[in-house]
Design a protein around this ligand. Structure first.
Ligand SMILES: [Fe+2]
Ligand SMILES: [Fe+2]
Length: 208
């Protein structure tokens, strides 16, 4: 049994509980494979959707109570609330102070530029967990077994394609994460990137 498994079973629907356990399992596998902390991956994975079933009112009450700000992007895309309240719930209520776990939950929906290995692991685990069955998931799982960065990049590209097709707002963190991977790929190929300043792009992470 994973840590917090009983805790989430008592608080989430059966479907969300199964998903959370599957994400923890996928996160543990990815952490082992790509040298992230397996214990942290399991904790972040199993708790990543802890507030997903809250109503908007619950999120707003929690955010207000603890004086937590959200950007207008998050305010418009209320589906993103659970990554903020989830991370804060784990830190404040469950008293887990680890910032890498906090950030892995905080950015599991949008990703961001400058993600740690643990953040990438949880972001990707949420995509490829056993209960996912979207078109292309097997291809993404295969890619995940070869390269963490390539699989996260593919997940970001898919997300951006899907959101743009539905004419919804793409969170700047997602675009920044995507662009960072493009820059890094260009750098790996030793192509000229003189016109771009990667450090400026990465520094965006410090304001969100
Ligand atoms: Fe989520
Ligand atoms: Fe999830």
């Amino acid at each position: 049994m994973f840590p917090f498994e009983k805790f989430i079973r008592e608080r989430l629907s059966e479907k969300r509980f199964r998903h959370s356990v599957n994400v923890a399992r996928a996160a543990r596998w990815l952490a082992f494979k790509y040298n992230a902390d397996e214990e942290k991956a399991v904790i972040a994975g199993i708790l990543h959707d802890i507030t997903k079933e809250w109503k908007v009112h619950d999120h707003m009450t929690f955010l207000h109570k603890y004086n937590i700000g959200v950007t207008s992007y998050e305010y418009i895309s209320k589906k993103l609330f659970h990554s903020i309240t989830g991370a804060c719930f784990v830190k404040i209520i469950l008293k887990i102070p680890d910032m890498d776990i906090f950030n892995a939950i905080r950015f599991h929906t949008t990703a961001r530029a400058g993600m740690s290995n643990l953040e990438k692991v949880v972001y990707l685990a949420d995509f490829i967990s056993e209960d996912r069955n979207f078109g292309g998931v097997d291809k993404l799982r295969a890619l995940a077994s070869l390269s963490l960065n390539d699989a996260v990049f593919a997940g970001l590209a898919d997300t951006i394609r899907d959101i743009s097709h539905s004419n919804k707002i793409i969170h700047p963190n997602t675009l920044n994460a995507y662009n960072e991977f493009v820059f890094l790929k260009e750098k790996e190929k030793n192509l000229k990137i003189d016109n771009y300043d990667l450090s400026k792009l990465i520094s965006i992470k410090s304001i969100v």
